[in-house]
Design a protein around this ligand. Structure first.
Ligand SMILES: O=C1O[C@H]([C@@H](O)CO)C(O)=C1O
Length: 604
């Protein structure tokens, strides 16, 4: 007799999303919080669990969606939480229930995916343990877990940020560098070690800190009393302390949901052994520090093998000229003196422009033995040229000269009701390569006349057949400014992909494809594209849904840096898609075409 299905553990959460006043970095701001707090609650589950989150949108002036970053949404593409792609935004005052299976163990997070809500603070951790934790690789090698969610914070609100990015000509405005890096939602703006020695900056900071004159609350009293210590003790922004027992080993989970910044994490006096990347175990390797790009996650094993004391954890900026102080946290051995600050200075971040060092770290990541290998035959190869362009007075990012703009009707709804033709430009697909006469070392206006392809704005998609094996070649190029090319962390929804290789310059199929790693490519959901270089990845289109593939830098996505994969749409009707997820825009009045057997009889 067939064995009964395994019982499903359901984990239910009720979330109220609202604007909150919060001081993530000692300065009061409006943020988007969940159940009155920032960051949102941590979800912990086991692989196979059904996660159910009932979200009420209490933001009075905007819609909302939540994306579960790293969860594949197998069979539940409508729960991926991407506005205009997988669902309609949840209207102000309304609620929506996400229900999906935690398909595999790993270090994940969730975040808003409408407008720039992620940068407004709408995020939190999502940790999935193995069905049988003891059987997880490395389980026997650590005694406890620590978790670090990294982000960056701007004092200018996201409405001003997005208005600047949408502006034209002299009204176009870049977001600039963030004011503060946050660790588990806490940072210390203007409260660095340096500032502690500067009395005047100190007094100034106290004056314009989060407390109005006359505010006698306990929190404000604490702030007033505190020396301008490095830590603004007693405030919402006091630094995180990670307690460890001497001699024990910890699995430190690190995830980054920054809006912009690439980061580097170091722990004074301690080595780190990398064991997981984006929910996939990797061949362990030992490093002094790790680089982490927005959208990525790692687990590192950390052994508390130093003299029992406190040690600095510092998180600094990579890849862009740092104008943001490194974030600090403390690793504290349990039997060390209760209030002792770590001795010495926090470790210094490697030079921001040392790309070689970043590449060395990234290239070391290899699949652990037993990781599934990629198929060897490929059905479709897409080459994606990444450029920064001018479009009618706006600065945009484009893929094969096309900038993404999202339609009012979510693609998933358009396909479900068969109304693609009226919902978006479905007359052709997105271009699947670019003209090789384009010189990736030169800005767009430095191109030869034939390669000066005009930028267009479009909501077209790539239609991917169910089951197809897809290779994507991400090809970086020069930005608008001569000599500049940026790093972009590309994130794929609905899948993990194998990272087959990286290189500098132009990818040439035949020459470079021979050197790709098909033996031990790591599986990931986010991968970095280095300046003036290329990255190749492969995935199997076995999960019907409409999936975004985009740069995880929030303002870059806002400026059009992404594409849409409409995958296995021929299978969509087999899924149970809740109508309330997709009934907006052109789908408001749509009805399903009736199957012939169900059609009403012809009139007599
Ligand atoms: O998209 C971007 O725009 C600016 C700059 O290129 C134009 O001001 C920048 O640094 C980006 O990453």
């Amino acid at each position: 007799a067939p064995s009964p299905p395994a019982p499903v553990t359901r984990r239910s959460f009720t979330w109220d999303v609202e604007y909150i006043m919060w001081a993530p970095d000692c300065q009061q701001s409006v943020m988007i919080g969940i159940n009155g707090k920032f960051p949102g609650p941590t979800i912990t589950a086991n692989a196979g669990d059904l996660i159910r989150v009932e979200v009420t949108n209490s933001l009075h002036t905007e819609g909302l969606v939540i994306h579960w970053h790293g969860i594949k949404q197998i069979g539940t593409p409508w729960a991926d939480g991407t506005a205009s792609i997988s669902q309609c935004p949840i209207n102000s005052g309304e609620n929506f229930t996400y229900e999906f299976v935690a398909d595999k163990p790993g270090t994940f997070f969730y975040h808003g995916h409408f407008g720039m809500q992620r940068a407004a603070g709408l995020y939190g951790s999502l940790i999935v343990n193995g069905m049988d934790r003891q059987k997880e690789p490395f389980a026997g090698e650590y005694n406890g877990e620590l978790s670090m969610l990294l982000s960056d914070w701007y004092h200018e609100n996201v409405y001003a940020q997005s208005a600047g990015l949408d502006g034209k000509d002299k009204h176009w405005q870049w977001v600039g560098e963030p004011q503060t890096i946050l660790i588990n939602g806490r940072g210390q703006f203007g409260c660095s070690l340096g500032i502690t020695r500067d009395r005047r900056a100190c007094d100034r900071r106290k004056k314009d800190a989060l407390c109005q004159e006359g505010d006698k609350s306990e929190r404000c009293e604490l702030i007033r009393r505190s020396e301008c210590g490095p830590f603004c003790e007693g405030s919402q922004c006091s630094p995180v302390v990670f307690d460890v027992e001497p001699g024990k080993t910890y699995r430190l989970r690190i995830a980054s949901t920054t809006s912009l910044s690439a980061l580097n994490v170091q722990i004074q006096g301690h080595k780190l052994t990398v064991v997981e990347a984006d929910g996939n175990f990797v061949e362990p390797f030992v490093v002094d520090d790790i680089d982490i790009y927005s959208g990525e996650s790692y687990s590192v094993l950390l052994k508390a093998d130093q003299r029992p004391s406190s040690y600095w954890i510092s998180v600094g900026v990579r890849g862009r000229r740092p104008k943001t102080q490194p974030a600090l946290a403390i690793l504290k051995y349990t039997n060390s003196k209760p209030d002792s600050w770590p001795a010495g200075m926090p470790p210094e971040t490697p030079a921001w422009d040392n790309v070689t060092r970043s590449k060395e770290f990234t290239y070391r990541i290899k699949a652990r033995e037993k990781t599934a290998r990629p198929p060897t035959t490929v059905d479709r190869r897409l080459t994606m040229l990444n450029t920064q362009n001018m479009f009618k007075g706006h600065i945009k990012w484009a893929i094969n000269h096309v900038t993404l703009s999202l339609p009012a009707t979510p693609y998933l709804g358009a396909y479900f009701y068969g109304i693609e033709a009226i919902a978006f430009d479905s007359s052709t697909e997105s271009p699947d390569t670019y003209d090789r006469t384009y010189d990736i070392q030169k800005p767009p206006d430095g191109q030869a006349p034939a390669a000066k392809v005009p930028t267009t704005v479009s909501d077209r998609v790539f239609k991917i057949a169910h089951g197809a094996v897809v290779d994507v070649v991400l090809q970086n190029a020069n930005a608008l400014e001569a000599g500049v090319s940026e790093s972009h962390p590309w994130h794929l929804h609905g899948h993990d992909f194998w990272v087959l290789g990286y290189g500098d310059g132009v990818y040439e199929h035949g020459r470079d494809s021979k050197a790709l790693n098909t033996e031990s490519p790591p599986l990931r959901n986010t991968v970095v594209l280095f300046p003036h270089g290329w990255t190749v990845l492969r995935y199997v289109a076995d999960n019907p849904g409409v999936w975004a593939f985009h740069c995880h830098i929030e303002p870059h996505l806002h400026l059009g840096m992404g594409v849409i994969f409409a995958e296995g749409m021929e299978k969509l009707r087999e899924l149970n898609v809740p109508r309330e997820a997709i009934t907006c825009g052109e789908a408001k009045t749509a009805t399903l075409p009736l199957a012939p057997a169900m059609a009403p009889p012809p009139p007599p």
